[in-house]
Every structure is written in C-alpha cells, then in structure tokens.
Design a protein around this ligand. Structure first.
Ligand code: HEC
Ligand code: HEC
Length: 218
C-alpha cells in the first residue's frame, strides 16, 4: 500500500474501488496457470505463457510483473461481467476470489524479458511526447501523470504500460474509444482515450512497447 503516500486523492480512489483482498499464493496460482481451474477454464499458459510474456500478434497481453492487485481486479471484472472479452470470460468464469488472488500473485512475480519489435522513429518521438508531456491543445494530460514515471505503474489502480505489447495497448485504447471497455474507476481512461486520435494511439502504443519495465529484470 505504498501508493497511499502519493496523495489523498489516490488513496481515496483505492478505497472506493474495493481493492482490499485476500493474499495470493503464487504456488497455487502456478497450478492454475499450468493445468487450468479444473472447471473448464483453459490453462492460462496457452495464451499468456508460463512466464506471462503474452503474444503481440495474437493480442494476448503481457502479464509478467504487473501489480497483483491490478491483475486480480481485472480478473474479477471479467468474471463478473464488468469487463467484456469473449476470449477471457470463460477462463475467469469459475475462478474464486482466492484462485484469482493466487494466479495474480504468480504472474506479478514473473520477470520475463521481451524483445520488442522495432518501431518507426517518428512514431516513437510522438509517442514519447504524449507519455511525458501530453497534448494540452487537445486536453490530453501526460500518461505519466497517472501511470507513473516511465509508465511503470502506480499501485493496483494505475497499471504499468511500459513493455506491454503494442497490439494489446492499441486494442485497449480503441476499446475505450468505442465504448467496449468501461471498467475503469471514475472513467479516468475513457476521458483520455476519447480524445486520442488514431494516429496518437499508434504512436503512444509503439513508444510504450519499447520501454523497459520492472517486470523485465535482465
Ligand atoms: C485463449 C487465450 C487466453 C487464455 C487461455 C487466458 N487468457 Fe487472459 N487474456 C486473453 C486475451 C485475448 C486478453 C485481452 C482481452 C481484452 O481485450 O480484454 C486477456 C487478458 C487478461 C488479463 C487482463 C490484463 C490487463 O493488462 O488488463 C488478465 C489479468 C488475464 N488475461 C489473466 C488470465 C489468467 C489468469 C488466465 C488463466 C486462468 C488467462 N488469462 C487465460 C487471452 C487468454
Ligand atoms: C487520469 C489518470 C490517467 C491518465 C492521465 C492516463 N491513464 Fe491509462 N489508465 C488509468 C486507469 C485508472 C487505468 C486502469 C483501468 C482499469 O482499472 O480497468 C488505466 C489503464 C490503461 C490501459 C490498460 C492497461 C492494461 O493493462 O489493460 C492503457 C492501455 C492505458 N491506460 C493507456 C494510457 C495512455 C496511453 C495514457 C496517456 C495518453 C493514459 N493511459 C493516461 C488512468 C489514467
């Protein structure tokens, strides 16, 4: 709960989004990752890998090193229908809160190192500007103001974006824009995504995918 040091506003957000939860057991989580939940959910490794690397072309997000509280909140949202994905819904449908905490603890501990695909230099320049300075003409605040320095993530509320696959990042920003993802607390992301142009989405996704992350220790 180091996040509480940051500001009262962030602490209040944490409390209102109900992130207090059971402690996860990464060893029990590993069994679900490798064998499934025994109730029809596929083994997570089929798409996210045992190391949480995911797959860019397939749109499977990297989970390695993401905050356990964030991972668990997203899994509960899939299970309870607050976040829509025909692919993820059946895998989360039968997980108990404890099983969710366990798989979240497992993936949060992974330290996969990815080799991101190269991206065009002009996209990287525009993406970096959005992340660090925003686009004030269009009322877009810097991504870093919520997602932290280097978009490394802040607590359970603001996920790390650095080192995430560009296809997944782009798909999520588009999902907010077209209304298919709406599980963010206080619509914080909707307000940002709605103002991003398609070109800005491309640029920021390209840039973020290239950045080192806490989940990729050498
Ligand atoms: C058949 C492939 C598949 C399987 C199996 C699968 N996932 Fe996923 N997962 C996906 C896809 C695709 C998404 C992105 C869905 C979206 O757009 O919301 C995703 C998203 C997620 C997210 C959200 C990540 C984020 O950054 O918000 C979490 C957490 C997650 N999966 C955990 C799991 C766990 C734990 C399991 C095993 C119990 C699992 N997944 C099994 C394909 C899969
Ligand atoms: C006002 C705060 C705020 C700002 C500024 C912000 N975000 Fe977010 N963002 C959030 C929150 C909160 C979430 C988690 C949503 C949830 O819980 O489902 C999020 C989630 C995301 C996700 C989904 C990550 C995942 O793993 O599924 C992406 C992608 C994203 N933000 C991109 C951006 C980009 C790019 C910018 C800058 C252009 C930005 N955000 C600026 C608050 C913010």
């Amino acid at each position: 709960m180091t996040i509480i040091r940051r500001s009262g506003a962030v602490a209040a957000l944490l409390l209102t989004t109900g992130l207090v939860q059971a402690a996860g057991d990464a060893d029990r989580g590993a069994t679900i990752v490798m064998q499934g939940d025994g109730q029809g959910g596929a083994p997570c490794l089929a798409c996210h890998g045992t190391d949480g690397a995911g797959n860019d072309a397939a749109g499977f997000p990297r989970l390695a090193g993401l905050d356990a509280g964030y991972l668990a909140a997203q899994l509960r949202d899939y299970r309870d229908g607050r976040r829509n994905s025909p692919v993820m819904a059946p895998n989360a449908a039968h997980l108990s809160d404890q099983q969710i905490a366990d798989v979240a603890a497992y993936y949060a501990l992974q330290t996969t190192r990815l080799m991101p695909a190269e991206q065009p230099a002009d996209l990287l320049v525009r993406g970096e500007k959005l992340v660090k300075q925003g686009d004030w003409d269009n009322y877009i605040v810097p991504c870093e103001s919520c997602h932290g320095t280097g978009a490394q993530g802040v607590g359970a509320t603001f996920p790390a974006l650095s080192g995430q696959h560009p296809t997944y990042l782009r798909q999520q920003l588009e999902a907010w824009k077209n209304g298919t993802r709406s599980n963010d607390p206080n619509q914080l992301m909707l307000a940002i995504a709605a103002r991003l142009s398609d070109e800005q989405i491309q640029a920021v996704s390209a840039y973020l995918s290239q950045q080192p992350t806490q989940g990729s220790k050498p």
